[in-house]
Design a protein around this ligand. Structure first.
Ligand SMILES: [Zn+2]
Length: 686
């Protein structure tokens, strides 16, 4: 590992922030914090923090000594000065005289001494930074160092690698006690350049930003060099099926196996989104004959616990020819995981006096021999974080096993981190969106109704797959949704294209829960004169494509075994034909009955099927020119034409989107047709 320090970049940052009145001390703190934070082998998803001791003006303009320390919620790789809130240093140091300090009181002391009362919470490791005398203090959970210290003989190894250059602090959970003991270790030998925190990470410090940072790089490099020495070859592979099942068929089976029924609402499931990773290193790890020993020994550093749980679920190796057996074995593995988790909770909760509230007992990481690993979360973003941490664990544990035997913190310590009082206090504070954990596929997603529907479902917390034949417009729509939306160019009249689209959905999110079958086109012609080809073409798009996407969706829903919802865009033409719209209305009428047939045939599987009858929506089917022409033909204004219904209100694509959303959320409603037309008594269903 090499230092990324550039004097020119450092000075440029000092000059840039000087214009905003930021001191050079803080600007350089920002600079090296970003250097550390942009290297995932050092810092991953909040696993690290930094500080600088400096002087700032308080709200009265008096100059005071402060600790500017990383605030919670800030990503070190992209930190700004506001992400390093200033806390009065003297009161922080004064608390060291106490014998004990609860985590809640620690947070109070830190917040009470913020210079800016609106600043984010200072890091939970603030006191450790404050008790050390150095100007700059850097802390990371570098993977290479974890490979060295997640060992039974970690102290010995650190002595060998660092000699007297680093102090060694035994494992204590982050908080006041760890800060106090770390300061004592430092004071026992003030010549040390940093501290190793057993089974957790390391601190380095210095008089300048560069010194603290380059010590971090050097200490991690020394660990890397040790890991490269006398390596055992790991791991010996278990015997695996010759033909491993493919990701698109394996992911939905696993996703269904780990979903838990909601005990409060019949038909509701607590589903998770999957994020898949594979590489040579991952396969070497998950294929190991001893994977059950080293992979489930515990987390490589305590703060992973909250994102990955203490151990992953290990799935059976999927034999492509025996997917039925794989499904049964996966369900058994998932049941065993939750049972083990509940027992772990009961055991440890009893130890701490029965005060804790159990977190969801489903796995957050699944290892699949022969295939790779999955991170799981209630959103794609959370699933990615879990997968990133799982990849770091693969690396750290592989290192540890190559030079010794992996030995992390024990179960009680892991429980104390997972059930830390400050995390428990957050439970129930953030309300989850109603479709969190669900995946929605929308066809015709580049059009007006498709876009509005995607927006509405994303706002309800779902992960979105946008399908359309117009791939360019889709990418735009996906970007507007931000973040994790997936866009797939798909021709719904072509079975291979639809199959590929569903495979990509399964690879990306793990499966599908809701289908909005929306693609269509209005075809006109007098029914007695229309040519056969035109009518068949309309049936292909306005009926058979609905059937095609529904079949693919249902197949995946059945593999998951957690129900699902099919939603069809059916026109009012299906029940109230307009003159010369036969080629459009006839297949739509068939699609209305298609929804009913799915409702009938798959109700017992928990799969619902509903339809929306919309009319006169401004869209690709009903263009502005067409509206102008129709209004003129009827001798009314465009506005009156668009509001030509009982309520005299124009119906919009957003109204249709809300109807789909309502149907997706109504768990006791199937075979329903919702009319979204402002009122048209001739099209009213009886
Ligand atoms: Zn830490």
């Amino acid at each position: 590992m090499k230092s990324a320090w550039s004097e020119a970049d450092a000075q440029a940052m000092v000059a840039r922030y000087a214009a905003d009145g930021i001191t050079a001390d803080l600007a350089l703190r920002v600079y090296t914090t970003r250097l550390l934070g942009s290297d995932p082998s050092l810092v991953l998803h909040g696993g690290g923090n930094t500080s600088v001791k400096t002087k700032v003006a308080d709200l009265n303009g008096d100059i005071v000594d402060v600790l500017c320390v990383k605030g919670s919620g800030w990503d070190m790789g992209r930190i700004e000065p506001a992400g390093l809130p200033a806390v009065r240093l003297d009161p922080l140091r004064k608390v060291r005289a106490r014998d004990a300090l609860s985590d809640e009181d620690m947070v109070r002391v830190q917040r009470a001494n913020l210079i800016d009362p609106m600043a984010p919470n200072p890091s939970v490791e603030t006191l450790l930074h404050a008790f050390l005398p150095h100007s700059y203090v850097d802390h990371t959970h570098a993977t290479a160092v974890l490979g060295l210290i997640d060992q039974e003989n970690s102290r010995e190894l650190c002595d060998e690698v660092y000699g007297s250059r680093m102090g060694f602090v035994r494992y204590i959970m982050p908080g006041f006690a760890l800060a106090k003991e770390s300061a004592q270790v430092f004071e026992a030998d003030p010549n040390v350049e940093g501290l190793i925190l057993d089974k957790h990470g390391l601190f380095t410090f210095g008089d300048s930003a560069r010194e603290a940072y380059e010590r971090m790089i050097e200490m991690v490099s020394l660990a890397e060099a040790r890991l490269a020495k006398n390596r055992k070859s790991v791991f010996v592979s278990a015997s695996l099926p010759d033909d491993i099942g493919a990701l698109p068929s394996i992911a939905p089976i696993l996703r269904g196996a780990v979903a838990l029924p909601d005990p409060k609402v019949q038909g509701a499931w607590k589903r998770l989104i999957l994020d898949f990773r594979t590489s040579e290193a991952i396969l070497n790890f998950v294929n190991g004959a001893e994977v059950a020993r080293y992979a489930t020994a515990g987390v490589i550093t305590p703060d992973h616990t909250i994102r990955t749980k203490n151990w992953p679920m290990i799935a059976p190796a999927p034999d492509a020819a025996e997917l039925g057996e794989f499904r049964a074995a996966s369900r058994a593995a998932a049941d065993a995981f939750t049972a083990q988790y509940r027992a772990y909770f009961e055991r440890n909760n009893a130890r701490v006096g029965g005060t804790k509230i159990m977190l969801d007992p489903a796995p957050h990481v699944i290892l699949v021999p022969g295939l790779g690993l999955f991170g799981l979360g209630r959103s794609k973003k959370d699933a990615r974080v879990a997968a990133d941490l799982a990849e770091a664990a693969v690396e750290g544990i592989t290192h540890a096993e190559a030079i010794g035997r992996y030995s992390p913190i024990d179960e009680a310590d892991m429980f104390d981190c997972e059930y830390w009082s400050l995390e428990q206090a957050k439970l129930g504070a953030a309300k989850e969106l109603p479709l969190a954990g669900q995946v929605v596929a929308i066809t015709g997603a580049a059009g007006a109704i498709g876009s509005a529907t995607a927006k509405a479902f994303a706002a309800a917390g779902a992960e979105i797959a946008l399908l359309d034949i117009d791939g360019g417009a889709l990418v735009d729509n996906a970007r507007k949704l931000g973040g994790t939306a997936l866009s797939i160019r798909c021709d719904v009249t072509d079975d291979a294209s639809v199959r590929t689209a569903f495979e990509r959905i399964a690879e990306t999110f793990g499966g599908v829960d809701i289908l909005v079958s929306n693609a269509g086109a209005a075809v006109q012609g007098k029914i007695g004169a229309v040519d056969d080809a035109t009518l068949r073409k309309s049936f292909e798009l306005n009926f058979f494509s609905h059937q095609r996407v529904a079949q693919h969706a249902v197949r995946m829903m059945l593999a998951q075994g957690t129900g699902g919802c099919l939603l069809f865009n059916v026109s009012k033409q299906a029940v109230n034909p307009g003159p010369d719209f036969g080629p459009y209305g006839l297949p739509k009428a068939a699609t209305l009955f298609l929804a009913r047939q799915y409702a009938l045939d798959y109700g017992a599987d928990g799969i619902r099927a509903n339809a929306v009858n919309a009319d006169r929506i401004r869209s690709g089917l009903l263009t502005d020119d067409f509206i102008a022409e129709r209004a003129k033909a009827r001798g009314v204004s465009e506005a009156d034409y668009m509001a030509g219904n009982l309520l005299r209100r124009e119906v919009t694509a957003d109204d249709v989107a809300q109807a789909f959303l309502h149907q997706a959320l109504a768990l006791k409603t199937t075979a329903d047709v919702t009319t979204v037309d402002g009122g048209n008594i001739a099209a009213a269903l009886r």
